[in-house]
Design a protein around this ligand. Structure first.
Ligand code: SF4
Length: 324
């Protein structure tokens, strides 16, 4: 499916536990194994609180897993510290959901986009003007926006500035945390077009966190579906709607609103609420909401097994097919 020589980051058995009241534990990520490939987008999808942001935060060193390893550039990056960590930060950058809260409102756009370059000594202060214009034009904004403050721009323009800032250090990987969900639908589309164009030109690897499976299937090369801290399905983005088979992934797809206003398609909300992450069932975490739940689902947690190259699913319905 993907060429293993293009593998640039690999998470192995990553688990994150948070202590909770009464000596209990909240497991935000449970034994997550994922791979990211050069120039490709990995979409991580699931409902709020499923652990997708927790996982992506490990890639930008905003948190560290309790167990497991993340290999990048020949190193387990969960263990690096000090100068080595500082150097490594240049290669992985992040775009947050709401740029208005990730910018200092007192800084001009010029200073915002050039701050990473100055921090790493890549430019001199005298080169700021020219570099800011270049970065703004890269994200299809007029160069003279460099003189503006964030509040003088629309939400879509601010998100372009956030992308320009993330691109400034020419990173190999960009993590985007719900980077379009705070934007109008029409603006979302132009931002996705920009991201995919820049990815093609610069061969950037993108980790895109999203709760909308319909959106990510339009540009994700690889899609991982997460439920209550567990990866339940990994599949290629192309043709995803035809091959996705985990009952939760299918429920997410059925819940996507059809923008073509096809009223023959009924939107099916997912029934019930997810269990408390402090009280995850012993068997399949989706058992309480799954229309296909069987006895074995309540007792034994299904493990991810490969159905075909690039397609893995954790569900007892597919036991006996593929390899664990
Ligand atoms: Fe449903 Fe069972 Fe599959 Fe879980 S393992 S998704 S409960 S069929």
């Amino acid at each position: 499916m993907f060429d293993e020589k293009d593998l640039i980051l690999e998470a192995r058995h990553v688990t994150r536990r948070f202590p909770s009241a009464g000596g209990r534990e909240l497991v935000a990520c449970n034994d997550v194994n994922l791979k990211m490939y050069k120039g490709k987008t990995l979409g991580l999808v699931g409902e709020s609180g499923c652990g997708k942001s927790t996982f992506m935060r490990f890639l930008v060193w905003l948190d560290r897993p309790s167990e497991g390893e993340i290999w990048y550039r020949g190193k387990d990056i969960t263990k690096i510290k000090g100068k080595e960590l500082w150097q490594m930060r240049q290669h992985v950058q992040m775009v947050f959901q709401d740029p208005s809260t990730s910018f200092n409102p007192k800084m001009k756009i010029r200073d915002i986009v050039c701050e990473p370059l100055l921090n790493f000594g890549r430019i001199k202060p005298s080169e700021k003007n020219a570099k800011a214009r270049e970065l703004l034009e890269l994200v299809e904004l007029p160069g003279d926006f460099a003189d503006r403050y964030p509040h003088n721009m629309s939400g879509g323009q601010r998100q372009r500035v956030a992308i320009a800032r993330a691109l400034a250090l020419e990173p190999e990987i960009i993590v985007m945390d719900e980077a379009t969900s705070a934007l109008d639908v029409s603006v979302q589309e132009t931002i996705i077009e920009l991201i995919t164009k820049l990815q093609r030109e610069k061969q950037i690897t993108i980790g895109f966190i999203c709760h909308n499976l319909g959106l990510i299937q339009s540009f994700g090369h690889q899609i991982a579906v997460m439920y209550l801290g567990n990866i339940v399905e990994v599949m290629p983005g192309e043709g995803m709607a035809d091959i996705c088979c985990h009952p939760y992934s299918k429920a997410l797809l059925d819940a996507v609103f059809d923008t073509k206003m096809d009223f023959s398609k009924k939107i099916e909300p997912i029934k019930g609420e997810p269990p408390s992450p402090l009280d995850v069932p012993a068997g399949c975490p989706f058992a309480d909401r799954c229309p296909h739940c069987m006895e074995v689902c309540r007792e034994t947690r299904p493990i991810l097994r490969e159905l075909e190259p690039g397609h893995e699913v954790a569900c007892h319905l597919f036991e006996g097919r593929g390899t664990a």
